[in-house]
Design a protein around this ligand. Sequence first.
Ligand SMILES: [Fe+2]
Ligand SMILES: [Fe+2]
Length: 193
Amino acid sequence: MLHLKLETDPRWVNIAESNLEEILTDHAWCEQKAATNAITIITLNSEYTDLVTDLLLLAQEELEHFKMVHDIIKKRGYKLGRERKDSYVNELYKFMNKGGNRLQSMVDRLLFSAMIEARSCERFKLLSKEIKDPELSRFYHDLMISEAGHYTTFIGFARKYGKEIDVDKRWKELVNFESEIIKKYGKSETIHG
Ligand SMILES: [Fe+2]
Ligand SMILES: [Fe+2]
């Protein structure tokens, strides 16, 4: 699915559903980070009008997701915990070439963003299929569709503006890099854990 090399072990869902307050808190902050990341891309690349237009919409959707998760947290009598670090994303961040020109940096950041969407989408799909809670199953199914659209948006802009760069080669490198990282995960009640 979405060209990822490694699929998550379905037993991860048992861990996730054993502590719903924790997974929902972690998930809420994932949505916040996704919104923040989209705004960072806009800030760094403001001259690309179509990119700014689409990423403003995407950032709004991520904030809406954040609100939806928070609404579920409130409805169930939980409280949104403090921001959780995302060590998977922090490890993935190391892939980005920080010394290149602006265009290379933009393409790398778009591919990095596409990868997080792809993995989140894979996790949401698994949750929607395996979680016993019917409300959360529907919720994760809807989010899976939305995050798949975000993946397409990020990859699309990387291809559109990265014509001088071998984007497919860079994407393949990232897919391999990610598959090494994700091997260590799938063992805790966080979205990328
Ligand atoms: Fe989202
Ligand atoms: Fe997203």
